[in-house]
Ligand binder design. Structure first.
Ligand code: AMP
Ligand code: MG
Length: 310
């Protein structure tokens, strides 16, 4: 069912301190006015999100960065020029006025400008929005409006923009340390960032004892069905298979023919499908063949699969 509301209704909701889900190119976000503490508290309540997991501020105008970041180093400007609007979140030292609720008390703030016409129009009218993924904590991120409704109810305000293009959350890069550090892999990888910055970009290990990105310590992206990954043996009926090459025609075997972008776009939808249709497992065939040609996409996808496995 498509929403009967138009954008102006959603804009009013934000202005009155409510939360609204909206599409971006990555996943659907749960938006709230970044300057309204009680609206931000609602985001944590609705999601059931631990309060020590900070939120990304979404903007539609790059000038807004200066209202949140204390300093915008040359490296940040280069990344903004090179990748915004787009699936890249930049972590910078925060201005004192940025609410602690957003940053979970950290002295840094995460910022992103989404690349989606509805998101841009919406945020340009509401002003900056905090927006974590619009799912209940522990559920896969929503890539369709119906996923948001499945988690928050049929009457939940969601701007329906259809299926999101990327399907995986943004790359998060921290520019506050001595070298740029990717805290969360996404479709923009260390090579792309490094070539724009002209310096080495490192990737935080997920085994880091004290994660710099607090979100890393939570097990996100988890369906009810157990997630398996590797080489596929004899197919079983109670398992949904996401395979690279079609080896058998069957309703529970979905072939991606090496299209890693399509697998990324659909992964969370398939997780939800597996649960809705009562599969006890979802088996993703090994994607190592793509490591060389699509390194960033490969790492981002593998990261989500591994998180879902735990
Ligand atoms: P989500 O909104 O669900 O996509 O999650 C946002 C991600 O960004 C989480 O992994 C957070 O830990 C991370 N994040 C947000 N703000 C910061 C920050 N100031 N420093 C480091 N990581 C952050
Ligand atoms: Mg999330």
């Amino acid at each position: 069912m498509k929403s009967m509301l138009d954008l102006s209704t959603y804009i009013k909701l934000i202005r009155s301190g409510e939360v609204v889900a909206f599409p971006t190119e990555t996943v659907y976000g749960l938006g709230a006015d970044a300057w309204n503490p009680s609206a931000i508290r609602k985001v944590f309540e609705v999601k059931g999100r631990p309060s020590d997991n900070p939120l990304i501020v979404h903007i539609a105008d790059s000038e807004e960065v200066h209202n949140f970041a204390d300093k915008v180093p040359d490296s940040a400007q280069r990344l903004m020029d090179g990748f915004w609007p787009g699936p890249l979140t930049i972590v910078l030292k925060k201005k004192p006025k940025v609410l602690d609720l957003i940053t979970a008390g950290l002295d840094t703030v995460a910022l992103r400008m989404p690349d989606h016409p509805l998101a841009s129009e919406f945020i340009s009218k509401t002003g900056p929005l905090v927006a974590p993924s619009a799912n209940k904590s522990g559920k896969p991120s929503p890539t369709k409006a119906e996923h948001v409704r499945a988690d928050f109810g049929d009457n939940f305000p969601v701007i329906d923009g259809g299926a999101t293009e990327v399907g995986l959350e943004s790359t998060v890069v921290d520019l506050t340390a001595e070298f740029p550090l990717i805290l969360r892999p996404g479709i923009i990888g260390e090579e792309e960032l490094g070539s724009v910055l002209n310096m080495e970009v490192r990737v935080a290990s997920s085994e880091d004892e004290k994660p710099r990105s607090p979100g890393q310590k939570y097990s996100h992206y988890k369906p009810q069905a157990s997630v398996k990954y590797g080489r596929i043996g004899d197919p079983k009926n109670n398992t949904l298979y996401l395979v690279q090459n079609e080896f058998e025609k069957s309703e529970n075997i979905i072939s991606y023919n090496g299209d890693l972008s399509l697998l990324s776009k659909e992964l969370y939808d398939r997780f939800r499908q597996a649960d809705l249709e009562g599969f006890s497992a979802i088996f993703i065939e090994n994607i190592d063949d793509h490591k060389k040609n699509y390194p960033s996409l490969y790492s981002a996808l593998l990261n989500r699969i591994q998180k879902a496995k735990r």
